[in-house]
Design a protein around this ligand. Sequence first.
Ligand SMILES: C[S@@+](CC[C@H](N)C(=O)[O-])C[C@H]1O[C@@H](n2cnc3c(N)ncnc32)[C@H](O)[C@@H]1O
Ligand SMILES: Nc1nc2[nH]cc(C(=O)O)c2c(=O)[nH]1
Ligand code: SF4
Ligand SMILES: [Mg+2]
Length: 222
Amino acid sequence: MEYKVVERFVSINGEGRLAGQLAVFIRFAGCNLNCSYCDTQWANKGLVTYESMNVESIYEYIKSTGVRNVTLTGGEPLLRDGISDLLKLLSEDHELFVEIETNGSINLKKFSAISRNTISFTMDYKLPTSNMESEMNLDNFSYLTKNDTVKFVSGSMEDLEKAKFIIYKYDLIKKTNVYISPVFGQIDMKDIVQFMMDNHMNGVTLQVQLHKVIWEPEKRGV
Ligand SMILES: C[S@@+](CC[C@H](N)C(=O)[O-])C[C@H]1O[C@@H](n2cnc3c(N)ncnc32)[C@H](O)[C@@H]1O
Ligand SMILES: Nc1nc2[nH]cc(C(=O)O)c2c(=O)[nH]1
Ligand code: SF4
Ligand SMILES: [Mg+2]
């Protein structure tokens, strides 16, 4: 199985539970959604330049970096047939901790058989601002554990209200890690903090994309 890889690099992880730690990134081409705010739309275009890599060459690259946190992202990394083969190989190397950024539309049930000790899903719940909310697979919440994360990328008060509704309806704080992140530059983070205070959102973590604070927000490969 060949995968279209549009970027591979080492940086600090700017998002998620391991934000601030070194991570090696593999970015796959193509996505089945089209979020209004997507910061990697370039990776989803048909004519994007990519490298063909297979499971072995991806694994070799990861190991060659000496970095133990791995982030698989895109585009939508779980879109490819055969991505389970890569997840299985990576799960067998207990030196690695693998995070998969996924868009909430892909059924996670099919990955239940893979050993999940060192494999963690960060599932976005796409809010109204994204225009992609109708694509969310709500069954996915039953496959997430405390090793995983649900992320609500919010660009408006309407988004925050919807995030609150979903968090409590599905009891997400008990099941998994819950993050709120601003659509970069589109909402005042003070308003998010105020919303969290007004609604007693204990157990929810606010996070800004660290790499966009450190480098130019549009910079690739960081
Ligand atoms: C580019 S996506 C790739 C993985 C997958 N397609 C997804 O949406 O989760 C990686 C993460 O970046 C977030 N993201 C994309 N554009 C953003 C923006 N303008 N501001 C904040 N987060 C953004 C997405 O919501 C997602 O959590
Ligand atoms: N530094 C850095 N951290 C990240 N964490 C998740 C990313 C992504 O695009 O999925 C990302 C990214 O693009 N850069
Ligand atoms: S799902 Fe992810 S990669 Fe696809 S358009 Fe939305 S943010 Fe971009
Ligand atoms: Mg990114």
